[in-house]
Ligand binder design. Structure first.
Ligand SMILES: Nc1nc2c(c(=O)[nH]1)N[C@@H](CN(C=O)c1ccc(C(=O)N[C@@H](CCC(=O)O)C(=O)O)cc1)CN2
Ligand SMILES: [Mg+2]
Length: 351
């Protein structure tokens, strides 16, 4: 059984108060909100966003995704080294990034650094925003044929002039470490279906639930958001875990009421602080997958990452919660490395 590191939620001493929150709408993942600093505890402007924490304890336990991801990557480092020593094969991951979105650039850089830290070889193709679909397909085909590459991923979202489905379709199903190929998603959707790879973020939070001994089978789970990257595969994976799953999306009526019935809430809407304390059944488990960059002039980078969940309110109601950052995000990268290693082992028939 995995050892647990549980810490209590704390109230904040300094707060950021959003001034232009959009209520009820599902914002794009890259939504940039405007925040102003305030030192008051008043929540008249809505949910406050913690930027530092102090003492006052509340019931929710905080899942430490960073620590769990570290345990997983430590094991991957050992396995990669054993594979290299035994059969002389180094797992390889190829990443294709099109355009100059700052968030995507950060994720790709983090993936490259993560590969380096565990001994996986990484290859990177950076293409300008106005590249053609054919150019991207040419690189996908080259990586499909490259024997040193065991995993291929195309960073999403792609520029709007590209047909995302056509490009994801072109990735060899054996190297589809993101698990976004329609065959892998189709197998995930079928009862008894066995995908070669499961998308990294849903796989990551399921792993966290398992590691924290949180039962999924028979539980009422509400997934907020139906994106191809998280919401949809998350719902399919939770069904495979025998949960009773509801999916909430931008056209859902009374999302708050439905969410309040959940034993486990998975929020992947990309709307900062949308899930308020009043949406949560006392004792529910809250998994926050949202990571929206919100302008914060007090941060060195000029922005701050904010989850979908009003953390401070949720901590007072939930039994367990994931923070942002440091919750599901690090597990996404750990699962990508794990999928790449699995692929290399499968291709080279190495146990
Ligand atoms: N081809 C893909 N595109 C995208 C995916 C994906 O899985 N495959 N997911 C997201 C972005 N993403 C990976 O690509 C990703 C997002 C966030 C994190 C993460 O570790 N977040 C940290 C904070 C990191 C920071 O400080 O900036 C956290 O939450 O603690 C990892 C990966 C969309 N596109
Ligand atoms: Mg996180």
């Amino acid at each position: 059984m995995a050892s647990l590191m549980l810490t209590d939620c704390s109230s904040s001493t300094t707060r950021l108060i959003p001034t232009n929150r959009t209520n009820g709408a599902f914002l794009p993942r890259r939504c940039i909100g405007q925040l102003r600093l305030s030192t008051t505890a008043s929540s008249r402007a809505g949910c406050t966003l913690s930027i530092s924490s102090s003492s006052s304890p509340s019931p929710a336990k905080v899942i430490d995704g960073k620590a769990e991801a570290k345990k997983i990557t430590d094991q991957i480092t050992i396995d990669v080294s054993r594979m290299k020593e035994s059969i002389g094969v180094v797992p390889g991951l190829a990443v294709i990034l099109v355009g100059d979105r700052k968030d995507s650039e950060t994720y790709v850089t983090n993936k490259k650094l993560a590969c380096k830290s565990v001994g996986i070889k990484s290859l990177e193709v950076l293409l300008p925003e106005d590249s053609s679909e054919e150019e991207v397909l040419k690189y996908v085909a080259a990586f499909n044929d490259d024997h040193s590459v065991h995993g291929i991923l195309v960073q999403l979202p792609l520029p709007s002039h590209m047909n995302e489905q056509k490009i994801l379709n072109a990735v060899s199903i054996e190297k589809d470490v993101d698990g976004f190929h329609p065959l892998n998603i189709g197998r995930l959707a079928m009862k008894g279906g066995e995908p070669l790879f499961v998308p990294c973020t849903p796989k990551g939070f399921i792993e966290l639930l398992h590691r924290y001994n949180i039962e999924i089978e028979g539980k009422r789970v509400v997934v907020i958001g139906r994106s191809n990257i998280v919401g949809m595969p998350a719902a399919l994976l939770l069904l495979k875990e025998n949960a009773t799953v509801s999916v909430i999306h931008s056209k859902t009526k009374n999302p708050e009421e439905i969410t309040r019935e959940a034993d486990i809430i998975i929020s992947a809407a990309g709307q900062p602080t949308m899930v308020r304390g009043s949406w949560i059944k006392p004792g529910a488990v809250v998994i926050d997958v949202g990571t929206t960059q919100v302008e914060d002039l007090s941060a060195r980078s000029g922005y701050r990452l904010v989850g979908d969940v009003c953390y401070e309110e949720a901590c007072k109601v939930a039994s367990v919660i994931t923070p942002v950052p440091g919750g599901v995000g690090p597990m996404t990268i750990a699962m990508l490395l794990s999928n790449t290693l699995t692929s290399a082992k499968r291709i080279h028939n190495f146990e």
